[in-house]
Design a protein around this ligand. Sequence first.
Ligand SMILES: Nc1ncnc2c1ncn2[C@@H]1O[C@H](COP(=O)(O)OP(=O)(O)OP(=O)(O)O)[C@@H](O)[C@H]1O
Ligand SMILES: [Mg+2]
Length: 501
Amino acid sequence: MDAELLLRALDRTLIVEDVLRVETQAEMRAALDGSWNMVISDYALPTFGAAAALATLQASGKDIPFIIVSGTVNEQIAVELMRAGAHDFLSKNNLARLAPAIERELRDAAARAERAEMQERLLISDRMVSLGTLAAGVAHEINNPLAAAMANLHFAMEDLEKLSRESQASGDAVAMARRVDALRGTLGDALESTNRVRDIVRDLRVFSRADEETTGSVDVHRVLESSVRMAWNEVRHRAHLVKNYDVVPRVHGNEGRLGQVFLNLIVNAAQAIPEGQREGNAIRLTTRCEGKSHVVVEVTDTGSGMTPTTIARIFDPFFTTKPIGQGTGLGLAICHRIVTAFGGKLTVDSAPGRGSTFAVTLRVDDGPPVARSAPPLAATRRGRVLVVDDEVSLGGIIRRMLAPDHEVVAVTSALDALQLLDHGERFDVILCDLMMPDVTGMDLHAALVARDPKLAECLVFMTGGAFSPRAREFLDESQRPVIEKPFDADALRAAIQQTLR
Ligand SMILES: Nc1ncnc2c1ncn2[C@@H]1O[C@H](COP(=O)(O)OP(=O)(O)OP(=O)(O)O)[C@@H](O)[C@H]1O
Ligand SMILES: [Mg+2]
């Protein structure tokens, strides 16, 4: 069949950008490396036919419409080839059908491609969900032992300091003092490492989706700091980090989601700067108010910048200029979706060679303030504290943290706590873990309310992160104070005093 004839038939109705004619399977295989929208095949070629051509296309894994044009139309063969996956089969005598068939198949193929892309996008967001769940779980698992390690290191430090003072006072133990000092250095380092682990866990929690559905008031600086820590590995070899933080009110949004936005903007900024030229480059984080109703967070870099053509496409899903494996091109698309969902906007200002500025404008939160931390305290009052936590070591730690100001009794289950109360024991504060196996802190709260609502007002909850939706709802409703593990002695004492008053 002559290809010219075909093209002439198309010329009147379709714009054909590029045509390549192949005659053998090898030629076709090579051609399929290029990007083609359509394959039109003669039924009987000298060396290979439509069936083999169709199989070749299918082997390439490409989803391109395949239309067969034949001199003689044998109905049975046509049916077979259509069944094998050909999209249409037409006769050379009826080429008027060709253009509409091509148009229809191109439309269908575009729809199929869009569906496939959507599927892939869903898969990716699925992966993000499981990452988030994983992060929340890990945070929870690490926090309990970490809290114990931190507290014990702290006590050891205090003891050492006392010992060091005493040995100095005794005068004859210079060597001993030196040994104690060395040990104090070691313990200090250990304490610092555990502090770092605590920060990582905090960050993981920010990025987990455990609190995804809730929006509330968010401290942008706190979230920015978490994002910086997460991105630090990308940033530190490439640029100085400069912070221009203004005093700004809290904004409407969700910590985890905004953390994702800032993280992606900071990583993009870093990746726009080549490695190893840290001296001349900076990433600047700026926060400022815009009127009374908005807060602007800007991420500015001294990197490559972008051409207007690139800028026009950066918010498109899957648009990336980065090598395969480095970028999916989803970052800014997701950022845009998140920011607009919170009623904010994401804008960009950039030119090649001048660097880029991404500005996130967020609404000031107009809801009631949600700060749960205790106000500074006046006098302290001695109280009797019941600790309920399935982590056995926590009771002893809290006793040491509160000594000598308060008396501490510890049990490892809510049932034990109820039993003590049934035996007539009285407590001023009941410090209870929120998520315990069997009987949870929420169950204990309910049991106390049933006995005597005044008792329930003694409750202070402790959490290791990872709220279930039910737990969050419960905390919002019950309005009981919450302290997050790992906590330090000051935070604990403040929460106890607040409840005592
Ligand atoms: N700060 C920036 N400087 C220069 N170009 C940028 C900057 N931020 C984004 N871009 C351009 O926008 C494109 C899209 O960014 P986006 O964050 O959506 O995807 P990505 O960074 O390529 O991949 P991913 O974020 O999914 O890992 C980038 O590939 C890059 O070309
Ligand atoms: Mg990105």
